[in-house]
Structure formats: C-alpha cells, structure tokens
Design a protein around this ligand. Structure first.
Ligand SMILES: [Zn+2]
Length: 260
C-alpha cells in the first residue's frame, strides 16, 4: 500500500491540478474503488457478501416473483445494514465535495450506494446514483421512499417489510438489483451532464459495467478532457488525456490541494 502511495507521480498530480483549475464544469464518476478506501466491505472478496449469499438468487425477477426469494434478499440487506454502519467518507469523497464548494462541480455520477458523497458534503442534487441507495427502501409501484431503519427493525424481528400503505406495491431496498432497470431519469441526467462537462474524472471504477461505462466515452467525444484514476488499467485508458494508476484518496487530496 505504502509503495503505491509513493509511486503517484508528481507530474501527473500537477497535470490534473492544472486541468481542474481551468475547468468550470466537472463531472466526477465514482466506482467501488472509492468506497473500499473507506473500509466498505468488498462483496466479492473471500468471506464477503457473495461468499455468503448466492448472487444468482438475488435477481430482480426472483424478488418480484416469490416471497421466499424476497426473504433471502432482505436477509442480505439485514447483513449489509450491519456491516455498512459507521462507515465514513475518505479523502477522495472530501476532495470531491471541495470541488463543489469551489463551484466547479456539475455532478458526481456514482455506482456506489452508501451515500458517502452526500455525507462528505456534496448536495443531494449533485449526486446521481446510478445504482440507487441502500439507505432507503422504495415502493416498486408508486416509488415512495421510506427510511431503512423501519425495515431493519422488522428484519431483526424475523419479518420482512410488508406492502406500501399508499398503493399496496412491494417494498424493495432502493438499490438496483441484478436484472433491474437502471433509473431512467438519473441515467439521462448523468449522460447529459457528462456530455456538457469540460472535465470528466473517473475514479475507482474498472469501467466495464454498461451502460455506466459509456459515460467517459460520451464525455470525451463531446469535447471534455478525460482523466482516469484507478489502481488497475481500464478499457478506456487509451483514449484518456491522463491516466493515474493509484489510490483515489491520496491522489484526489493532493490534487485538490494543489489546484487551490
Ligand atoms: Zn406504493
């Protein structure tokens, strides 16, 4: 870990800082790599969520079609509610929030569901959650949101949330399940902001999940500068103006300090 921190090139930090200084309409795109630096458990690691729950059982189709599947799904959320409590924003989240304070941020488009951008200080209207949020439950029919705490209380008593008092629809955590459509309005807004940005910074995403991964490409084609910060190479490194293979937190903290 220490080695990687040392290896962040000063030149690249300066280059990114310069891009930030001269931009007024930045879109930041964040993936799991930003969350893991806050200690958010990695679902795919050994002993992680997908070792304990079968992802094939957790599809949207199964959720809506059987109560048994819904019980399994809610049990997964009971576990994640426990594991995600007390998680705090890291330096990357704070640096991104700082961009909003400096009036340079058009939007944060995120694949993450734990609301750490809002907790770091980004206003909710600036955060476009492509995969929803785990801290709300939502009626699948009328889309009314309810706090997760009520669901959690029921789950701890061995029950699952019932039906929506407004319309009788099914409650589901407000995240996007496998096989569930991404929120159309959010996706369109994210694409529009990406296309009108002058700088698009992708942080901590392997950029392989579509349609989210299309956004850096759309931004670049619309004339935005494209920067990719990720520990591993991504399929878009070749078209990026700047690629930094390093940790998100350290890179963003140093850059935003320098761009002041
Ligand atoms: Zn409803």
């Amino acid at each position: 870990m220490l080695k990687e921190v040392i290896l962040i090139s000063r030149e690249k930090i300066e280059e990114l800082a310069e891009l930030i200084k001269t931009s007024r309409n930045i879109v930041v795109f964040t993936g799991a790599g930003v969350s893991t630096e806050s200690g958010v458990p990695d679902f795919r690691s050994p002993g992680g969520i997908w070792d304990r729950f079968d992802p094939n059982e957790m599809t949207f189709q199964k959720f809506v079609s059987s109560e048994e599947s819904r019980r399994k799904y809610w049990d997964l959320f009971r576990t994640t509610y426990k594991e995600f409590q007390g998680i705090e924003p890291n330096q990357a989240h704070l640096a991104i929030a700082e961009l909003e304070k400096r009036d340079k941020l058009s939007a944060v488009v995120t694949q993450n569901v734990e609301e750490l951008h809002q907790k770091a200080g980004n206003s909710p209207g600036k955060v476009l959650e492509l995969h929803g949020t785990m801290w709300k439950i939502r009626c699948l029919d009328c889309e009314t949101d309810y706090p997760w705490e009520e669901a959690y209380k029921l789950l701890e008593q061995g029950e699952i949330p019932g039906n929506c008092p407004q319309c009788g629809g099914l409650f589901k955590p407000a995240t996007i399940a496998f096989g569930q459509q991404l929120p159309v309005r959010t996706l369109k807004e994210a694409q529009a902001r990406s296309c009108s940005s002058d700088l698009f910074i992708s942080i901590g995403s392997s950029l392989v999940v579509y349609p989210a991964a299309l956004m850096p490409q759309m931004a670049k084609e619309s004339g935005s500068a494209l920067v990719i910060i990720n520990r591993e190479p991504t399929p878009f490194d070749d078209i990026a103006d700047l690629v930094i293979h390093a940790q998100a937190g350290e890179t963003m903290k140093k850059t935003v300090e320098l761009a002041e």
